[in-house]
Design a protein around this ligand. Structure first.
Ligand code: F6P
Length: 319
């Protein structure tokens, strides 16, 4: 293999730059040319492709976001759009593509692999919702960011005897919420995997307040309910002031933590090794502390992500 491409796609995640840097430097060390594709699948479709040298990824290991840029590009679902994208790479004799992104990005990589263009997927998303890996690139950094926010909210909510609701990203995955709830000592943890019953939640907060609780942190994943409305309901029933904080995109930014930098570097280098070994259509993961790879089609179609029940149970026991 002589030429490969690399792109980042979907929501950016801290550590994506470290992954791209590792792809670029490992490939060059093995005599392979690397082409950076800017702005994800959108840029691939529009031919925004530039050769990358070692120095292009200098001073990148510590930077959040993605220097290659990213985009949400639903049009990539159309076969004709993917044909143009593949043709743009073939024009430059690019033989394979490394895609760093979340589940939507994996779907694009899977489809191109099925069309005969080999792709390798690296899990890059703060959501930790990708099959075939215990952790995704960006998850631990976002977790530390959320934890820092919870610590700050605890300071002020305990000073004012208030209840704080903190809305945490994750789309349909409660991992970020659960782990942050444990690390931040949240009293209540609401995640999409477990359903939501507002009456039950409010009743148990009321019961805690009646027992003398003066403040509490409620960690809740986004898209479950309107947290501002929930705050009003809780305040009315408990007579304790209640505030809702939506952490939003602050969770996506920031310099990657050590774990994400190192894991992303290992995964990026591993992706290049796989291509050299002739592997294609694979997605890289870390499972039980070991780098692994799975068939990308199988991962998307058949591999369900196991729910971490013991972590969820711990949020209840320790709250
Ligand atoms: O997938 C990462 C993520 O940050 C999710 O947690 C969130 O639901 C979504 O992206 C937000 O997307 P956007 O940045 O396009 O609003």
């Amino acid at each position: 293999i002589k030429k490969i491409g690399v792109l980042t796609s979907g929501g950016d995640a801290p550590g994506m730059n470290a992954a791209v840097r590792a792809v670029v430097r490992t490939a060059i060390a093995k005599g392979i040319e690397v082409y950076g594709i800017y702005d994800g699948y959108l840029g691939l479709h529009e031919g925004r492709i530039k050769k990358l040298e070692r120095h292009n990824v200098s001073d990148m290991i510590n930077r959040g976001g993605t220097f290659l840029g990213s985009a949400r590009f639903p049009e990539f679902k159309e076969e004709s759009v993917r044909h143009t994208a593949i043709a743009n790479m073939r024009k430059l004799d690019i033989e394979a593509l490394v895609v760093v992104g979340g589940d939507g990005s994996y779907m694009g990589a899977k489809k191109m692999t099925e069309m005969g263009f080999p792709c390798i997927g690296l899990p890059g998303t703060i959501d930790n919702d990708i099959a075939g890996t215990d952790y995704t690139i960006g998850f631990h950094t976002a977790l530390n960011t959320v934890l820092d926010a919870i610590d700050r909210l605890r300071d002020t909510s305990s000073s004012h005897n208030r209840i704080s609701i903190v809305e945490i990203m994750g789309r349909h995955c409660g991992d970020l919420t659960m782990m942050a709830a444990i690390g931040g000592g949240a009293e209540f943890t609401i995640i999409p995997e477990k359903g939501y019953n507002e009456d039950e939640l409010v009743a148990s907060i009321v019961s805690d307040v009646e027992k003398g609780k003066k403040h509490a942190i409620i960690a809740i994943t986004e898209h479950i309910t309107n947290v501002a409305d929930l705050a009003m309901v809780i305040e009315k029933r408990t007579h304790l002031e209640t505030r809702a904080t939506i952490l939003g995109h602050t969770q996506r930014g920031g310099s990657p933590c050590a774990f994400d930098r190192i894991m992303a570097s290992e995964m990026g280098a591993f992706a290049v090794e796989l291509l050299i070994q002739g592997e294609a259509g694979r997605c890289v993961g870390i499972q039980s502390n070991k780098l692994t790879h799975h068939d990308i089609i199988d991962a998307i179609e058949n591999m369900a992500r196991p729910f971490n029940q013991s972590i969820y149970d711990l949020t209840k026991i320790l709250s």
